[in-house]
Design a binder for this molecule. Sequence first.
Ligand code: UD1
Ligand code: CA
Length: 446
Amino acid sequence: MEPAPRNPDRPLACIVMAGGKGTRMRSATPKVLHPIWGRSLLGWVIAAVREAGADRIVVVVPPDAAAAVAAAADGATTVVQPDQLGTGDAVRCAMPALAGFDGDVLIVSGDTPLLTSALLTDLVGAHSAAGAEGTAASFRLDDPGAYGRVVRTDGGIRIVEAKDATPDELAIDEVNAGLYVFSASALRPALAGLKNDNAQGEYYLPDVVPAIAAAGGAVRAAEVADAALLLGINTRVELAEAASLLRDRIITAHLLNGAGIIDPATTYIDADVTLAPDCVVHPFTILRGSTRLATGATAGPHSVLTDAVLHEGAQAGPFAHLRAGTVLHAGARVGAFVETKNAAVGARSKIPHLSYVGDAQIGEDTNIGAGNITANYDGRTKHRTVIGDRVRTGSDTVLVAPVAIGDDATIGAGSIITHDVPAGALGIARARQHVIEDYAKRKRDA
Ligand code: UD1
Ligand code: CA
């Protein structure tokens, strides 16, 4: 396919076919909801379609998973396909949601997460450049298996399903990718005439091709060189393959953008993570959700960050677990075997070792001693801990929330703090030490 610009003035809609059952996943989760790097398969497809400029997106969903799939459809319109009567039926169910739409309709499958917006815009551009009413993406395979075959006819194409093909047709190595662009005005009447008199008793979407041709419209195949972009997911084996390819794609984009990723082979980064140039991600680190690292921030080694924000020069790791809602302000540091959740750590403050800090706010230049715990849960509700600037807490402190520690306060080691400690004060709450002289000797003599 020659790259051709898409005409930005021609409206583009998209139908995502996700009405199938996906039984080969052997999973209670609907196929298109399986996640890869923080996004569902459907989420990947919708992101690519949106980036390609589709202003209206209609997702065809199965009746038994309608609500769950609709929730993952991220603002797109969803329509239920009551019975899985084939791809032609799926598109027919979607068309009422595009009533009055006059432009190009891109049709994709919900289980092809490797599609890129560049591929989709090229396809729509090739469609316009050819002045076609229909364009089907195709690719070549040494072993074309169960794919529909693209039969080139003079002036156009025909698509025949493997189960309906003659031996000569089965020998064709150009296959139908299941990715199309049609002019809405040509697609509507062609869908109305679909029949299911074929080997599978299904309404085949590719059967709109001869109908459009019979009405005088041109239908072309646009060959895609990189077939990996078209990988469809049917089993968990293919899901793992796609995850591996997408992982490389995510990491490569970050590296080209200037993020330091020391060992891509042991680094896992979700699709919606943001990395600024010159941040550093050390080996064996997992960045999840909407995590953001600013310039000079470092994560890892051996750390897991979920929906966390690291400002300039902040550090998490080694062996840190930052859960949702953690914010490390500039130069703050969270070290080994520390778990944080819903916690803001002020500039240059440190939680260096062995602590749990949840539902907490810590000021600037504060040091949390080793083994400190914010006891935030009373069995019913979560409570907040507020710690001021320049606070020092001793080792093995428990802060029983709700509790507040004022600026410049000190907490004695081993304290269980249940009452607020005012600014500048020492809070200490532990049993006094007793020393019994000559204890060993008395024990021996007894
Ligand atoms: C389809 C094409 C085949 C092509 C292949 C590429 C048809 C008849 N055949 O075959 O030419 O080579 O894709 O992968 O279209 N779906 C629905 N409702 C249905 C049936 C399917 O929404 O009633 C959805 C599925 O969820 C899936 C997509 O349509 O996302 C494609 O369906 P699938 O059954 O995988 O098509 P194939 O038989 O593989
Ligand atoms: Ca099928």
